[in-house]
Ligand binder design. Structure first.
Ligand code: NAP
Ligand code: ZN
Ligand code: ZN
Length: 354
């Protein structure tokens, strides 16, 4: 199937139109016409090769909302016309311990990611949601609850599940005290979801000026993380800190703000830290530093259903695909409220212009 997308051809080149072939649909595939695709900071890391392993061309995008065009003969859960979502994964081995326990993101053979992966059946490259359509095995297609704003639903497929999974793993609910580091795409979903679960919620931010927004999004208090007095005032407070910061930063200032038995869970930065981690606050406080990676398929559906029931969606700025490089530059300056989402109908005008 020939598809038009928008691709990165190199780390230092603007994204540009790209025509490519998607595989012929298999018996369990769902063919989806893409309506909206969210812009995750991971797209920027991949496009600019921040992690050193990018292979070009890349069609980014793993926060996909679309409408089912057709389904293969083995598909029973979806039909043409359904509104559906696709997140960061499109396949996995389905038989390992992780897959069988609903943690496909930790598949022993690595899940097949929505872009930048190799299909496990026919070895073709996967290309993501900055495109007009996508083909996904039905086991990795999510149902979008009725009545949701569709642009606002797109970021739930990555930013939503990535923050939902740790909230659930650490059993956050009424009485829990949760803090979120960084108010961007993941951070703003973490505030909304933690509040939705009934927690007391705090935002740690470097940016003064986000306070009113943070409160509107669910924060009960806002702490400027560079202000030592404000940090000291939170000593021993939090059961869970969700750290969404995408670049090297120090953990040391945050550890004393955990309660005993509290956990700081990293979801943002992946790589070496500059600091030597002092283990004393971990040992004496019985505290933990942990990591979390997106979430499983069933858990993603659970999060979408929760959002449907509680009227939760992302705060989005809808852009045309041709504005993507500008959007990346603004993300680097933390200038996004709070997720860019591409209206994929803008690709059609691309074709008319060409
Ligand atoms: P984003 O929208 O750009 O937000 C990141 C926020 O972090 C910014 O708004 C800013 O908040 C803060 N920040 C940015 N640069 C910083 C720096 N140098 N030092 C301290 N704080 C900084 O990014 P996102 O889309 O939420 O993604 C965040 C990270 O999560 C990315 O690295 C992405 O790759 C990763 N990610 C991981 C998973 C996973 O499964 N674990 C899934 C999706 C994304 P303030 O202005 O409030 O300080
Ligand atoms: Zn993402
Ligand atoms: Zn597996």
């Amino acid at each position: 199937m020939n598809v038009l997308g928008y691709a990165a051809y190199a780390a230092d080149a603007p994204l540009a139109p790209f025509r490519f072939e998607r595989r012929t649909p298999r018996h369990d595939d769902v063919v989806i016409d893409i309506l909206y695709c969210g812009v995750c900071h991971t797209d920027l890391h991949q496009v600019r090769n921040h992690r050193g392993a990018s292979r070009y061309p890349i069609v980014p995008g793993h926060e996909v909302i679309g409408r089912v065009r057709s389904v293969g003969p083995a598909v029973t859960r979806f039909k043409p016309g359904d509104t559906v979502g696709v997140g960061c994964m499109v396949d996995s081995c389905r038989h390992c311990v992780a897959c069988e326990s609903g943690h496909e993101q930790h598949c022993a053979t690595s899940p097949t990611f929505t872009y930048g992966s190799t299909d496990r059946h026919d070895q073709t490259r996967t290309f993501g949601g900055y495109s007009e359509s996508i083909i996904v095995s039905d086991g990795f297609v999510l149902r979008v609850p009725e009545g949701m704003d569709l642009a606002g639903a797109a970021p739930l497929l990555c930013a939503g599940i990535t923050t939902w999974a740790p909230l659930r793993r650490w059993q956050v609910g009424p009485g829990s005290r949760v803090a979120v580091m960084g108010l961007g795409g993941l951070g703003h979903m973490a505030l909304k979801l933690a509040k939705g679960l009934g927690a007391d919620v705090t935002l740690f931010t470097r940016s003064s000026g986000k306070e009113a927004d943070a409160r509107r999004l669910g924060a009960d208090r806002v702490v400027i993380s560079t202000d030592a007095a404000q940090m000291a005032a939170c000593a021993g407070r939090f059961d869970l800190i969700i750290d969404t910061v995408p670049y090297v930063h120090a953990l040391t200032p945050y550890l004393p703000t955990l309660s005993f038995d509290g956990t700081l869970v990293l979801v943002g930065y992946m790589g070496a830290l500059d600091e030597q981690l002092n283990t004393a606050p971990l040992v004496y406080g019985g505290r933990a530093v942990a990591g979390s990676f997106i979430g499983g398929v069933a858990e993603t559906q659970e999060m979408l259903d929760f959002c449907g029931q509680h009227g939760i969606s992302s705060d989005v700025e809808v852009i045309r695909v041709q504005q993507i490089d500008e959007a990346y530059e603004r993300m680097l300056k933390s200038d996004v409220k709070y997720r860019f989402v591409i209206d994929m109908s803008s690709l059609k005008s691309q074709e008319l212009d060409a």
